[in-house]
Design a protein around this ligand. Structure first.
Ligand code: FES
Ligand SMILES: [Fe+2]
Length: 384
């Protein structure tokens, strides 16, 4: 399978094969500190409209996006204890999705009314949700990293998640897309790296090897998490976790978690705070990433005219991703040898999605637990 037949990787609503595959794994959905107590938020994930709220007991919860009575969004509701009351006629929904009060009904039928609710956890400053079938798997944990400093980059990206996911294992693009990227030295020396990929128990490993002996490795944990140790610039040595989580079929959120595992906890926290304030400065003083992407795609600016800035990478990737189309037609792709990881990723999705469609059990890929990360790290440290 190299993309010549149409397989629907892109649509992730309930019941669709790619959607069912992604639902079998915990997904980051929100930044913890952006959810105050008793301030519900509308949340869309995998095409589902949901309500995210933090109860007065400080616990984050996810229930259906709409009230079961006449469909008002519950995000404008009022948090009461661990529950939420609809603003329209006062129906109260508890954290399990059970309706527990209908104040204006002469004969309450609340016991018969229930909406969706999903398991929620908080870890590394992120709110995680599990939208899949029971039993809920454990959220992967990294005890040895818990004291480390870390920061996030979270971006809403207005295109389908799957070509962003493909881009994460497409190391060849680094040379052409990222002006300040890690491959420029090799490129300037006229070196052409070779890209290969191997299937692993958790998904795939992408390798890029340079004639000078430098070997870069990226681990993709099925279905949608990339793990690597950053090798460039100020992020060198950070453990990097990247999830592309569909919001709906035409947009997704990129959750990038960078952990300063190579620094002492104190230094790591200082560095992370420095990066966070730098990001706040960028967000308040520079044109939005989306606007710059559009200015190049509309022809108003040349690629060469994009000004250098700390988040340049997001702009460069954005242009080549939106530039393929919001939901690209993969059936016309002409894949080559350097697309090894893309071909393998599509093959893994195709295999798992077809199992789901046939009602078979898909592979239970192990989550990124500490033991697996250590194996990958060790492997990355091998001399080449
Ligand atoms: S719509 Fe929610 S109580 Fe009526
Ligand atoms: Fe990139």
């Amino acid at each position: 399978m190299s993309g010549s037949t149409h397989v629907d990787f892109e649509h992730t609503g309930p019941g669709l094969p790619a959607g069912e595959l992604l639902r079998r794994y915990w997904q980051p959905v929100f930044v913890s500190e952006e959810l105050p107590v008793a301030h519900p938020k509308p949340l869309k994930i995998l095409g589902e409209e949901l309500t995210l709220y933090r109860g007065e007991d400080k616990v984050a919860r996810i229930i259906d996006g709409r009230c079961p009575h006449r469909g008002l969004v519950m995000s404008v509701g009022k948090v009461e204890g661990d529950s939420i009351r609809c603003r329209y006629h006062g129906w109260k929904i508890d954290p399990t999705g059970q309706c527990v009060e209908q104040p204006f009904e002469p004969k309450s039928f609340a016991a018969k009314v229930r909406v969706r609710s999903y398991p929620v956890e908080e870890y590394f400053g992120l709110i995680w949700a599990y939208l899949g079938p029971a039993p809920t798997p454990p959220l992967p944990r990294w005890p040895s990293l818990e004291q480390c400093g870390y920061f996030h980059v979270v971006e809403l990206r207005k295109w389908n998640y799957f070509h962003d996911l493909e881009n994460t294992v497409d190391d060849v693009h680094q040379r052409w897309v990222h002006a300040e990227g890690i491959y420029q030295d090799a490129a300037n020396a006229g070196q052409i790296p070779a890209a290969t990929a191997l299937e692993t128990e958790y998904g795939l490993m992408q390798y890029t090897s340079f004639p000078n002996g430098y070997l870069r490795k990226l681990a993709l944990f099925m279905p949608n998490m990339l793990y690597f140790t950053s090798g460039a610039g100020m992020l060198r040595g950070f453990k990097s976790f990247l999830w592309n989580v569909p919001v709906d079929d035409v947009s997704h959120k990129m959750f990038f978690l960078l952990v300063a595992a190579h620094l002492s906890p104190e230094d790591g926290r200082d560095v992370a705070e420095g990066v966070r304030s730098g990001m706040r400065y960028v967000a308040s003083s520079l044109p939005p990433v989306e606007q710059v992407i559009q200015s190049v795609l509309s022809g108003e600016k040349r690629w060469e005219d994009i000004e250098s800035r700390p988040d340049l990478l997001l702009i460069e990737d954005g242009i080549v991703l939106v530039g393929q189309g919001i939901i690209p037609d993969r059936s016309k792709n002409r894949l080559g040898a350097s697309d090894a990881a893309i071909i393998l990723l599509r093959k893994l999705y195709t295999r798992e999605m077809s199992r789901i469609e046939k009602g078979e059990q898909p592979t239970a890929f192990p989550g990124p637990d500490e033991q697996l990360l250590a194996q990958i790290d060790e492997f990355q440290a091998e001399p080449v």
